[in-house]
Each structure stands twice: as structure tokens, then as C-alpha cells.
Ligand binder design. Structure first.
Ligand code: KG4
Ligand code: ZN
Length: 367
């Protein structure tokens, strides 16, 4: 089966083509047109500007994907599109385009939750897996790019993006129990806001990660808090951490000389909280797999430090992270989620003429 997918929920216009043959997947095309340069001028994503750019780019991106995959519309079996959550003007461009193609090409259409896409990015071949075994065979490499490693349930997934911070427990495919989530800002949002405070531009996550590498041993006078790290639940809070950076900078006349140390300390505070809660959740729920998902999962320190913690404290568990290009927004993740949805829910989905029914929902819930 060949799936063409679209993703326009925020500031990337993306189209992918995925082939599924006897349960094996190959990404035939993964085209992303980024609007970062445009939104950087404003310090964040402007929804109407994003929609205008999506409108301009969506057809060229689809053409490019088909060309890259050496296919035509006749070869496509299913169309998939992100129909929420996200910015409504941006989502509408992807959804309306997908509906139009579905009508014109006479192909079934499926709507996918953006976070379901991020989670399923871990099923794209070339994910990175680390197995923490009771008795690892001698000489076995710790980290493997793996097509072979099977992902077993239950899965505990740490979802970290610009709009979401959640710990999600999956006992089977397409079944989600949110065991904890942020009470205020998402972690990506906190990265972006702190970068703005420090004058590092947009998007803040990659900028902070890069500058943090230059931190020296001269520590900040006051370290930053680790919000809710000791709370008994699995919830998070990042707005106070952002405010702590703001107050510290305001009180510190030399802060411009310590930007790298602020970045390092902020990134470390975030990693400490995310990892501590994930490890506690793992000890309570005993998953067979731990996954990272969402744009912030591109953060090398978070990837590395969570891996270290798992290796040190948990046995018989697989740790999976998507390749970086599938961590940040892309359409291949939407196609692979659609493939699972199609396979497992075909009988209950109303796919015929779905272009008439598919709705866009800025607050779509994961279920
Ligand atoms: O998933 P994503 O691409 O879009 C949303 O669904 O929100 O995530 C975007 C977020 C932004 O807040 C961005 O700053 C953050 O992911 N991000 C990072 C890194 N790369 C992207 N945060 C920390 N470190 C990174 N390397
Ligand atoms: Zn995303």
C-alpha cells in the first residue's frame, strides 16, 4: 500500500510518501518546506502568515514528493493528513488540500492526530534503539540503528514538542493513556521563550542546545529550579522555570557574559525533570519500551541522558528515538500512523467519500 501524507499544523509544509509491504515500511519521499526564516523575524509563528506560506508551498511540495518517489497519483492508495491539534489557519490548508486530492483522485482519506504522528515516528525504519538487557551478549553494541528490533508493548512515551509535554502509556497500538502532562507551558514553548529572553532568536530549542555547548565551568551564581521534580504525580510545569530565567537575568548585570551558562543550566533543569519523571513512571508501569517523541526529542542531551538513565536503572527494556529528521515536524510520521490506523481500524473507519466528513480541530484529543 502506498500512502501520501500532508502535515501543515504549524510552520512546516510537509508531504511524504510511504510504502508498506507485508508490514515493512519504506519512506519513498519526505519533503519539508520550512518557514523558520519567515517567523524568526517575529520571534514566533504567526498563524495567518503560516497559512499564506502553506498555501504557496503545498502544491510544489506534493509535486516534489511524487517526483522523488517516481510515482503519479494513480499509484497512491490512501491519503493522510494532520487534522489537529495545531493552528487552525495552518491546519486548514493541509486538510482542504487533502480533501480536494481525495475527491479528484478518488482515494480514501484519513485524518491523523499530530501527536499520534510524533509517537509513530518511532516505527519508521532507521529509528535508533538501545536495548538494556539482563545479560547482554558480549560485544553487543549499545546503540543500534535498527530495522530489526521489535517494539514491544506496553510502551511509555515521553512526548515533548512546542505544544505538548505528556507521558503517554500505550498498552496496544493506537491506545493512549495520558498518565501526566504539563500544567502550563509545553517544554518546547519554554525553550522558545527562554531563547527570546536571552536574545537567541527562533526556534529556541536548537539555539539553546548549540549555545549550551559553549558553557564553561564558571557556574551561574544561582542555579535554576527543577519544577515539580518531587511531586508524586507525573505532571510537569515549565512556566516557573522560564520566569526564573527572566528574574535571574534581570538581577544579573553581567548576564550577557553568561548566556552559555544560562542555556546549559536551563537545558539541564529541563532534562532533570523530564528524565526523573519518566524513570519514576517506568518503575511504576513496567513498560517494555520507552520512547521519545516530538520536536524537543531532537535535543541531543535529552536523548543521551535519558538513554544513560535507562541503561543504569532499568533492565530488559528497549529505548527508541526517531532519527532527528523524523523528530521535528514532518509528514512521514503522519503516513506511518495512518498505515497503522488503516490496518487496525479499517472496518470501523468511514473512508469512502471522507473528503465530505473530515473535520479540522485545533484541540483534537488523542484517542
Ligand atoms: O514537534 P515540533 O517540531 O512542533 C510542534 O509540534 O510543536 O516541535 C517544535 C519545538 C520547538 O519549540 C523547538 O524549539 C523545539 O521543538 N526543538 C528543540 C530542538 N529542536 C527543536 N528543543 C530542544 N532542543 C532541540 N534540539
Ligand atoms: Zn510537532
Amino acid at each position: 500500500m502506498i500512502i501520501l501524507s500532508l502535515e501543515t499544523s504549524c510552520d512546516e509544509t510537509a508531504c511524504a510518501i510511504l510504502e508498506e509491504k507485508n508490514g515493512a515500511f519504506s519512506v519513498l519521499a519526505n519533503i519539508v518546506s520550512s518557514q523558520i526564516a519567515l517567523h524568526a523575524t517575529w520571534g514566533g509563528v504567526v498563524p495567518n502568515l503560516a497559512a499564506r506560506e502553506h498555501l504557496k508551498n503545498i502544491m510544489p511540495v506534493i509535486d516534489e514528493a511524487l517526483k522523488k518517489a517516481k510515482l503519479t497519483s494513480k499509484n497512491i492508495d490512501l491519503i493522510a493528513v494532520t487534522n489537529g491539534p495545531g493552528l487552525i489557519p495552518a491546519l486548514l490548508i493541509g486538510v482542504e488540500t487533502a480533501k480536494t486530492l481525495s475527491y479528484l483522485w478518488k482515494k480514501p482519506l484519513i485524518g491523523i492526530h499530530h501527536i499520534e504522528g510524533h509517537i509513530y515516528a518511532n516505527f519508521i525504519p532507521d529509528k535508533i534503539c538501545i536495548e538494556s538487557k539482563v545479560n547482554p551478549p558480549a560485544g553487543e553494541a549499545g546503540s543500534q540503528k535498527s530495522k530489526e528490533i521489535k517494539i514491544n508493548f506496553p510502551i511509555l512515551c515521553l512526548v515533548v514538542s512546542g505544544g505538548h509535554t505528556q507521558l503517554v502509556l500505550m498498552k496496544k497500538h493506537l491506545s493512549y493513556e495520558i498518565i501526566g502532562e504539563t500544567q502550563d507551558d509545553a517544554v518546547g514553548e519554554a525553550f522558545d521563550k527562554v531563547a527570546r529572553i536571552l536574545g537567541l532568536g527562533y526556534p529556541g530549542g536548537p539555539a539553546i542546545a548549540k549555545v549550551a555547548l559553549k558553557a564553561n565551568s564558571q557556574k551561574l551564581k544561582a542555579s535554576l529550579p527543577r519544577p515539580m521534580i518531587n511531586s508524586k504525580d507525573f505532571n510537569f510545569s515549565f512556566s516557573g522555570l522560564k520566569t526564573a530565567v527572566l528574574y535571574s537575568v534581570k538581577k544579573n548585570p553581567d548576564y550577557k557574559l553568561q548566556i552559555a551558562n544560562y542555556c546549559y543550566e536551563f537545558q539541564q533543569a529541563v532534562c532533570d525533570v523530564l528524565i526523573s519523571k519518566t524513570m519514576r513512571a517506568a518503575k511504576k508501569y513496567n513498560p517494555k519500551t520507552i520512547m521519545l517523541a516530538g520536536g524537543v526529542s531532537a535535543n541531543s542531551e535529552l536523548r543521551r541522558q535519558l538513554g544513560e538513565a535507562i541503561k543504569k536503572d532499568l533492565l530488559d527494556i528497549t529505548y527508541c528515538i526517531p532519527e532527528t529528521k523524523y523528530s521535528i515536524d514532518n509528514a512521514a510520521m503522519i503516513a506511518i500512523a495512518a498505515s497503522f490506523r488503516y490496518k487496525l481500524k479499517k472496518n470501523t473507519l468511514k473512508l469512502k467519500n471522507n473528503w465530505k466528513n473530515l473535520e479540522t480541530n485545533a484541540n483534537l484529543k488523542l484517542n
